[in-house]
Design a binder for this molecule. Structure first.
Ligand code: NAD
Length: 395
């Protein structure tokens, strides 16, 4: 079939296997051409491993440290008539490159929140890998079924206390408009904490500990975001911010459980990048478009792979350089005062008329399409492409 992007808002229902492979290869090439990470884990479990920050967190240890990696994700396989989701193709490409380098790389496709998928991971680690020395928790999910009660919780992106009115971008029309979001109910807050808080991360760590499959000195990291004040009502002070606070509380508990074995747990605050998860957050795509323009001009632009390479190199080895709240900060360049002052000024002025002058909206859109394997150099999008690609799944 000829595969073209079919997008609406922050959804793209098609993905290009060769384009996704080219995107993964770009990231592998970046890691290979970077100085070798000082932190060299041997056995890595990445939960949320198929796209965005999780995929980068699988690529860096594999291609910098030669690590074995088990990836857990929830992706749609292809059929003869329909493409797979991008994360499926990314994982197929990652595995092919890892195996070509003689590395162990297998994957589990299913609901990471479930007991069954945790058990499947435990069995595979026990049979094929041996104790895990690095666990990356990088899930971004709209819902979670509680493994004990079966109750389904849906996360939401809402302010707390009062409604939030802010500039926004209609990405389909390239128009700056306004969004008004009504405040969350207590139920919304609790549900978002259930889905995006740290409960499930802790359950994964408990399961590994109980099975005796965490190596002495193991490190675990999960990701958070803080960002600029203009997004705080919808992010840091909103429902998702409550979930991230919970993630930090879970981190402290996990750290306590690992300490006796010399292990460590961190929350890393990462910069805003274009991913399937971030493109769904109101206001954020317009902020990212302005931010990218300035960071590119200053030679500071980073995507997931540069961020995670920097985290492994500068923070996970030895002294982790934590902020006053005990978090790793790789959002340091985004949050630099000169960058934020510039973004705040441009934010005040931006309209549909000056969108391309004040922001890198075209770059944002290119980045978004790239997530699905479109717009990659060297890929012939005009020729027939077989959508079937296989992933080495642990069943
Ligand atoms: P993403 O959408 O690119 O990736 C989400 C991953 O989770 C995918 O691998 C997906 O398959 C997996 N997943 C979702 N539901 C699942 C389930 N039920 N079972 C198994 N796997 C499941 O997201 P991302 O932006 O890379 O976000 C990852 C983490 O990074 C999140 O905690 C997010 O808050 C954080 N973060 C993101 C940004 C950003 O700008 N994107 C910035 C800072 C921190």
């Amino acid at each position: 079939m000829i595969i073209v992007p079919k997008t609406r808002g922050f959804i793209c229902t098609t993905a290009h296997p060769d384009g996704c492979a080219a995107h993964v290869q770009e990231q592998i090439d970046y890691v290979r051409s970077s100085p070798r990470s000082a932190y060299l884990p041997k056995n890595v479990l990445v939960i949320g491993a198929s796209t965005g920050y999780g995929l980068a967190s699988r690529i860096v240890p594999a291609f910098s440290a030669g690590a074995s990696t088990l990836g857990v994700f929830f992706e749609k396989p292809p059929t003869e008539r329909k493409t797979a989701s991008a994360g499926w193709y990314n994982s197929a490409a990652f595995e092919a490159a890892a195996v070509a380098d003689g590395l162990y790389a297998r994957s589990i496709n299913g609901d990471a929140f479930s007991v069954e998928i945790k058990q499947r991971a435990i069995s595979e680690i026990s049979a094929s890998m041996g104790p895990i020395d690095c666990v990356v928790y990088s899930l971004a999910s709209p819902r979670r079924t509680d493994p004990q009660t079966g109750e389904v919780y849906r996360s939401c992106l809402k302010p707390i206390g009062e409604s939030y009115r802010q500039k926004n971008i209609n990405t389909d029309k390239a128009e700056v408009d306004e969004v008004v979001i009504e405040p969350a109910s207590e139920e919304d807050i609790d549900a978002t904490v259930k889905v995006m808080g740290g409960e499930d991360w802790e359950l994964w760590m408990d399961a590994l500990l109980e099975a005796g499959l965490l190596a002495d000195g193991a490190t675990s990291v999960a990701y958070s975001y803080i960002g600029p004040e203009l997004t705080w009502p919808i992010y840091r002070d909103g429902t998702i911010g409550r979930a991230k606070n919970h993630l930090e509380q879970s981190c402290a508990r996990i750290r306590g459980k690992l300490e006796s074995k010399g292990g460590r747990a961190f929350v890393s605050v990462n910069k805003a990048v274009v991913t399937q998860a971030s493109s769904a957050i109101p206001v954020v795509p317009l902020y990212i478009s302005i931010l990218f323009k300035k960071m590119k001009e200053e030679g500071l632009h980073e995507d997931c792979i540069e961020q995670i390479q920097r985290m492994f190199t500068n923070h996970l080895h030895g002294d982790a350089h934590l902020d006053a709240s005990g978090r790793i900060r790789i959002d340091d360049l985004e949050m630099r005062e000169d960058i934020q002052t510039h973004v705040a000024g441009a934010w005040e002025q931006i309209t549909t008329g000056n969108l391309r002058e004040l922001s890198d909206f075209d770059g944002y859109q290119k980045n978004f399409l790239k997530l699905f394997g479109f717009g990659l150099a060297g890929v012939d999008y005009g020729t027939e492409c077989d959508p079937m690609r296989s992933v080495d799944l642990v069943e």
